[in-house]
Ligand binder design. Sequence first.
Ligand SMILES: [Zn+2]
Length: 412
Amino acid sequence: MHSPTLQINTKRLLSTIAESSSIGSTANHGLHRLALTEEDRQVRHLFTQWLENEGLDVRIDDFGNIYGRREGRLKEAPPIVMGSHLDSQPQGGRYDGVLGVLTALEVIRVLNEYHIETEYPVEIVNFTNEEGARFSPPMLGSGGVTGNFSKDFIYNIQDRDGITFSEALKDIDYVGETSNRLEEISAYIELHIEQGPVLSNKGKSLGVVEGIQGMTWVNVSVEGKSNHAGSTPMDDRTDALVCAGQMIGKIKELTQEIKGLKTTVGRLDVSPNTANVVPGRVDFSIDIRHEDNEIRQHALQRLKEQLSSTSFIHGTEVIIHSLWNSDTIEFSPTIRNAIKTSADELDLPSLSLYSGAGHDSKYMHSMGETGMIFLPSERGISHNEDEFTHDDDIEKGARVLLQTLLKLDTTI
Ligand SMILES: [Zn+2]
């Protein structure tokens, strides 16, 4: 058994975080460190030095993902992996992703300091382009290594200046070997900020993440008749925007009927979009989220019925087109339980919740047992320079990560 006196060195952890966020720091205490840029190259360089200082075996794969490996007693067993990403959004925050990588580094430092030999090999990972801010879609490094995206697809994605992922990876000199990819895991644990207000509002320092909430995207086209605003009598109009306005009201009302449902109409295109013409056509999007896949499908059905009847009343034509659907992911019960028990043993109150945002864990889940620890984001602010997580909470998170790793090491 491991000694319970293992201590996270909070001062060392916080100064490591501060040093890393000096690369790409903004005037307002944020972070601007887009994937595969000069800032990303510099932080990767610093990170690999830190890994080497800890005696880890460093390797880089063909997506630029960086791994540091610490051997365990079971030489052939797949590793327990911890990590996240070091890239940021434009003018983003200094906690998103960074905490997951650097708390993992602190855990490794503690294992070294106390000369702990684990059963399983332990690896730390920094995934490339999690944010998707420079190369879209997001989570390319984890998506690539888990086979959710092909190498061809990833290599040919271009940024706004027409530079491909593969050129950018070459430019910063981080093209590694395909044979270095992570292929199998015993477990993957990612510590991350919540990026929402739940933990902060409830005064909890730790979240045990149940899974990642599913979502469905729908496009709605409402066809009316465009006509002159002055000469068309009010009772002789088929105004697509008036109809769409009522539909949007109904979409919001449905969230009162179905508990936990979130609906958002974030995009609206009006045609011809001119002050003196009755709108002839409106296209809008609906983002529908619920952690229960069946309830989300039921909500979609109810929305379709309501939009059709609203369209009938207004005499418009409506076309409802499903764009895509991503089902809810449930994280490993073993890992969720290990996180919860670790928090309990350390006397740290935790809360179970779903993630509203996507993370590298979403794809790692397809490789093996995966789980996440959430830390509070002050006022729920994220992807913004005002993103903030208290030092105290970072310390608690690192302690739970360490404890969870040790627990999994002896139980999986
Ligand atoms: Zn992130």
